[in-house]
Design a protein around this ligand. Structure first.
Ligand code: B12
Length: 217
């Protein structure tokens, strides 16, 4: 069995190469040995972070980032098949999860949806570039316990606060657990806008949601 570190590095290097075939090959090689969540967080996402840094330094350009993003999305879809679904009679809670209006970044948000679903939550992923009012309407429609709000740009972060304000106006704030995330979000930001949960990655999001809803596992 190849070393975990070696397999993860191969995956992250493949993402950095921005070639879909390389990514799927490296992921398929690791699938038998490593858990899907490990591959996603420590292989694919690690590579994507590196892509982001190279983009910032002008070493990679937007078309490369788009190719890497597409490869990552496909790889996560493939890995969903490997995730043991924690099947219970009743879901641990109902979650609405989306990316704020004006923001098309959805890779991280979709990973959070996938991991919550695999952990026994009923998840409605409402997509990206979602108007604030749509979050409120979907929470009502599905009688959701939790709303996950993703924002990947400093310019769209404010959208998280807007949704909290709308929840207050609708008299729904006390009945809805608000969870925020995305690269520019921090615990300090979450505290400032009065969110209930901040999570820096999908595994932490699952643990904190379970903790908040009092779910045992
Ligand atoms: C991939 C990418 C893209 C792809 C997105 C594809 C897609 N389908 O998502 C494409 C190429 C389309 C893109 C476009 C743009 N991008 Co872009 N993009 C990135 C990049 C490189 C990686 C993001 C990513 O997917 N990371 C991997 C995932 C796994 O990590 P993540 O998203 O952080 O998610 C994890 C956590 O944050 C957390 N999380 C995420 N969401 C949530 C939600 C909840 C509820 C919780 C609890 C947790 C959580 O858990 C996730 C999993 O662990 C970042 C760089 C970076 N460092 O983030 C830039 C970046 C975000 N983009 C940036 C920019 C500027 C743009 C563009 C404006 C570029 C342009 N000039 O046109 C456009 C945006 C258009 C728009 N209106 O939205 C900037 C934003 C700068 C800023 N102002 O803050 C960044 C930081 C790059 C940079 N330094 O310039 N981008």
């Amino acid at each position: 069995m190849a070393e975990r570190e070696e397999l993860l590095k191969e995956i992250s290097d493949a993402i950095i190469s921005c070639k879909k075939d390389n990514v799927l090959e490296a992921v398929n090689k690791a699938r038998g040995d490593l858990e899907a969540s490990d591959i996603i967080e420590n292989g694919l996402a690690a590579g994507m972070n590196e892509v982001g840094m190279k983009f910032e330094r002008g070493k990679l350009f937007l078309p490369h980032v788009m190719m890497a993003a597409e490869a990552m999305t496909d790889a996560v879809k493939t890995l969903e098949e490997d995730m043991p679904q924690e099947s219970r009679g009743k879901p641990l809670g109902v979650v609405i999860n989306g990316t704020v209006e004006g923001d098309v970044h959805d890779i991280g948000k979709s990973i959070v949806s996938t991991m919550l679903q695999a952990s026994g939550f009923e998840v409605y992923d409402i997509g990206r570039d979602v108007p604030a009012q749509d979050f409120i309407d979907k929470i009502k429609e599905h009688n959701a316990d939790v709303v996950g709000i993703s924002a990947l740009m400093t310019t769209t972060l404010q959208g998280q606060k807007d949704i909290i304000e709308l929840l207050k106006e609708a008299g729904m704030r006390d009945d809805t657990v608000v969870m925020v995330g995305g690269a520019p979000a921090t615990q300090a930001w979450a505290d400032k806008i009065g969110a209930d949960i901040y999570a820096e990655n999908a595994s932490i999001a699952v643990n904190k949601t379970k903790e908040k809803l009092g779910a045992s596992k």
